[in-house]
Design a protein around this ligand. Structure first.
Ligand SMILES: Cc1cc2nc3c(=O)[nH]c(=O)nc-3n(C[C@H](O)[C@H](O)[C@H](O)COP(=O)(O)O)c2cc1C
Length: 192
């Protein structure tokens, strides 16, 4: 973390190319205020968590993601909802990252958003993430909550988001995340 341009590590909990969450994350990136940019962090090459693998050394894709998140000012996560929770892919990634040093989510502002086929737009998945980040000492932004339901009706195949409310909420979330980074930077400058 520096006083220069703001970097935000972006994680997507879906691995499919045509993922609505990948589209939502890309839209979030475009909605960031000037001076802030999103750095995508890939989690698809993480092995399934197994402490014996960790004992032999942090796998390279995990170490790379940890370093990118640690170096970033903040994190944004776009999560799908699988069976009323977050995806196994994302949980596996968080589990891996939580066992690395420095634990990269600690004291980090985190913006959550999600897109799903159902009406609730990943609300249940997002509340599970909020619970996880209590233990990991992440700092999720409370408002606005961005839950894009019936995503198949709101995104064009090229990734354009055609829902006015979702567009506004993502813009507000991006602004609030960056505002929080500025607050963190100011507090860090005071405490030296
Ligand atoms: C295993 C599985 C479980 C799912 N469970 C839910 C669910 O609980 N709620 C929901 O709204 N959609 C559910 N869906 C549908 C997803 O919302 C939909 O597949 C969505 O497009 C996934 O996100 P993505 O487009 O980013 O891959 C589920 C899909 C899968 C594959």
């Amino acid at each position: 973390m520096s006083q220069g341009p703001i970097t935000i590590a972006g994680l997507c909990g879906s691995l499919r190319k045509a993922s609505f969450n990948r589209m939502a994350l890309a839209h979030f990136a475009k909605s960031l205020p000037e001076g802030a940019r999103l750095v995508p962090v890939e989690i698809g090459e993480f092995p399934l968590y197994n402490q014996e693998i960790l004992d032999a050394g942090v796998p390279a894709p995990v170490a790379q993601a940890r370093d990118a998140i640690h170096a970033a000012d903040a994190v944004t996560i776009a999560t799908p909802e699988y069976n009323y929770s977050t995806s196994g892919v994302l949980k596996n990634a968080i589990d891996w990252l939580s066992r690395t040093t420095p634990q990269p989510f600690a004291a980090k502002p985190i913006a959550l958003l999600g897109a799903s086929a159902g009406l609730f737009g990943t609300g249940r998945a997002q509340y599970h993430l909020r619970q996880i980040f209590v233990f990991l000492d992440g700092r999720p932004i409370n408002k606005p909550e961005v839950m894009i339901g019936t995503a198949q009706q709101k995104f064009s195949p090229d990734g354009t988001l055609n829902d006015e409310l979702a567009v506004k909420l993502i813009k507000d979330l991006a602004a609030n995340l960056v505002r929080e980074v500025h607050r963190f930077r100011a507090a860090a400058a005071v405490s030296g």
